[in-house]
Design a protein around this ligand. Structure first.
Ligand code: ZN
Length: 289
């Protein structure tokens, strides 16, 4: 390339840079170096470029503009992430109750359980052991499992919170059963809520086995909440449940959730609220005017 050609290119660049980084009100020529400076951050908006025996001044980005650009990129990234997480959460939970079950709403009535589940969520990764949460009705199993699920989604893992009944309904509606099992075995975390010890039909038992087997083969974490006791889990009553229970038993950390029935606590709280409304004495005072 001839010098004139190169010079032409540099001319064009110089003009383009000047258009992209315009001189703004308050910008000034610094008498110390003769370069254009930003009136806000007082750092150069020009730099000297040497070309053959010539020296040119070319516009460059001052520090406050660089900072603004970085901030903008960070904000865009934050928005992109929030949007993605929101989508993942909608896909994971069918209802608002699940999406809203987060550790910050934990009443910490059972501090030990709170700590254990929060830590499990914090330590969660693709190799996490299965977690079998056993407990009676109202001990907060589903709440804690949903809390873990939400925390895991915050960490950008895909998750699904569902029940065997819901899976059975989905399977009945579709001709592509494979797609449903693919999603159940493919997501980073699967939560099977409310696996019961009640006698199931062969059809339901087959679904339970397929889901658990798929999860075991994909070697991905699974959380089960259930009223099946640890003793029942290790001593299945028949062969059909044995092949399900044994897979759960060998892969899981078993956590027995004990404590007061949260629904009964809620009823007590409810009575207190009714009393406080009954005993409200503000009405007569307000009526006097
Ligand atoms: Zn500046």
């Amino acid at each position: 390339m001839t010098n004139t050609k190169v010079e032409g290119i540099i001319d064009t660049l110089q003009v383009k840079a000047a258009a992209a980084i315009p001189q703004k009100e308050g910008d000034y020529i610094n008498s110390a170096d003769g370069l254009l400076y930003c009136g806000k951050c007082h750092t150069p908006k020009e730099t000297r470029v040497n070309f053959s025996d010539q020296e040119r001044k070319v516009r460059c980005v001052c520090e406050c503009e660089q900072q603004r650009e970085r901030q903008k990129q960070e904000n865009d990234e934050r928005k992109r992430r929030a949007l993605l997480i929101d989508k993942m959460r909608t896909r994971a939970f069918k209802d608002k109750k699940g999406r809203n079950s987060t550790f910050d709403k934990d009443d910490r009535n059972n501090a030990e359980a709170s700590r254990f589940f929060a830590n499990y969520a914090e330590l969660f990764n693709q190799n996490s052991k299965w977690l079998f949460i056993s407990g009676n009705c109202g001990t907060g199993k589903s709440f804690f499992a949903a809390c873990i699920c939400n925390r895991v989604i915050d960490k950008e893992y895909s998750a699904k919170f569902t029940t065997i009944a819901a899976i059975a309904r989905e399977l009945l509606k579709t001709t592509d059963k494979e797609a449903i099992y693919d999603e159940l075995s493919g997501c980073d975390l699967l939560v099977l809520d409310d696996l019961t010890s009640e006698r199931n039909t062969d059809y339901i038992r087959e679904i339970i086995f397929n889901v658990i087997d798929a999860r075991s083969r994909s070697e991905k974490p699974l959380i089960i909440t259930s009223n099946i006791t640890p003793t029942e889990l290790s001593n299945p009553s028949d062969i059909a449940t044995e092949r399900i229970y044994s897979r759960i038993y060998e892969n899981s950390i078993i956590y027995k959730l004990v404590g007061s029935d949260r629904r009964r606590e809620k009823l007590k709280q409810n009575m207190k609220e009714i009393d406080s409304i009954m005993n409200y004495s503000g009405l007569s005072a307000a009526g006097k005017e």
